[in-house]
Design a protein around this ligand. Structure first.
Ligand code: SF4
Length: 338
């Protein structure tokens, strides 16, 4: 039986792309790419995610971790960056090239995407869609079933296996036709359109951009998660420090601890922020991290002691510090130091 391999974002367009192909009696296997910039948390429970998508939409999906390839590409995307640090065109090329490399693994003969011509300014212009096909060498096997009639026919359409006249003709930013088609498939529960991944967000993208001025050994998925969680500081002797701003961030930060890291928390189990210190080799970075931690335990006066565990284990008595002193060390405010 003919099988298509779908690039699945989880958004409505990718759901519909799978559904319109299934409706023609063709089997669909979906893959969802993850990296520290998008959907990495799903790796913690892939089975639950697969079950949810199968139950809601009748789509089989696997997660594919593209972190390593993604980080290499992000250092120097051939087509450059968008408004922030988002390499949308190269990102699409990477996804489609990676999916192509998985065709044999899944026994699939063509690729499916939910792209709609004219929907996004950078990566879904008609000429850009052509560039994506060309640079991923997928001209004849990449079917965009939501707008295929504005594209050259692919092999699967020429063979008559997929009937292009039965496919929708979506274009542009109006989402009403997609919502109507979803209703025809009995789909009413779907995510609202997302603006893009964290690389499109000004502040968090800037943290990542700065990371790419460091030696490549520092550019790892674990460090990206570190930089994307909490209030992040670069300390004078090279230590990296992140501090939770809410209970959920405290938990996420604690879970990120790896060998050589230290956890900082307010002593005697008193409530307050939890911090994670990485790459700290000097006592002064430990002391400053403890002072910052105590500063943000705002309700406790005088500043409480801070317990350190991990690479060092001890309790530090801190003194009060001015906010402007602290802000000098925010990751975003440090210029030109590695
Ligand atoms: S928004 Fe992020 S995930 Fe989406 S195409 Fe752009 S870089 Fe890729």
């Amino acid at each position: 039986m003919t099988k298509g391999l779908a690039l699945f974002s989880g958004g409505l367009d990718s759901i519909l792309a799978c559904k319109v192909i299934q409706a023609q009696g063709v089997e669909v296997q979906a893959i969802k790419f993850v990296s520290p910039f998008f959907d990495y948390d799903l790796l913690q429970n892939e089975g639950l995610y697969q079950q949810t998508i199968a139950d809601k939409y009748g789509i089989k999906v696997d997660l594919v971790d593209v972190s390593d390839e993604y980080l290499k590409m992000l250092a120097e995307p051939a087509h450059g960056y968008g408004k922030n640090f988002n390499p949308c065109i190269d990102c699409k090329i990477l996804f489609i090239s990676k999916a192509k490399s998985l065709l044999n693994h899944y026994g699939a003969s063509f690729l499916i995407t939910g792209e709609v011509v004219g929907q996004r300014p950078m990566s879904q212009r008609k000429d850009t869609l052509r560039v994506i096909e060309r640079d991923s060498s997928t001209d004849d096997i990449l079917l965009r079933p939501l707008c295929s009639q504005s594209q050259n026919p692919t092999a699967i359409e020429r063979q008559g296996i997929i009937k292009r006249d039965k496919l929708p003709r979506f274009s542009g930013r109006n989402r009403t036709p997609q919502i109507e088609l979803a209703r025809e498939f009995g789909i009413t529960d779907f995510p609202t359109p997302a603006g893009g991944c964290v690389l499109t967000e000004e502040l968090r993208a800037a943290r990542i951009k700065r990371l790419f001025t460091f030696d490549p050994q520092f550019i790892t998925p674990q460090n990206i998660l570190f930089l994307l969680t909490g209030r992040v500081f670069l300390l004078p002797q090279g230590g990296w420090f992140t501090l939770g701003r809410a209970e959920t961030e405290n938990e996420a930060i604690e879970a990120m601890q790896q060998q050589g890291d230290s956890i900082l928390r307010i002593s005697n189990d008193r409530p307050g922020p939890l911090g994670l210190l990485r790459y700290a080799a000097h006592d002064s970075d430990f002391s400053l991290a403890a002072t910052i931690t105590a500063h943000y335990a705002k309700k406790i006066i005088p500043p409480p002691d801070v317990e350190i565990s991990g690479a060092q284990t001890r309790t530090i008595q801190v003194e009060s510090i001015l906010l402007e002193e602290i802000e000098k060390h925010l990751w975003a405010n440090i210029k030109g130091r590695k």
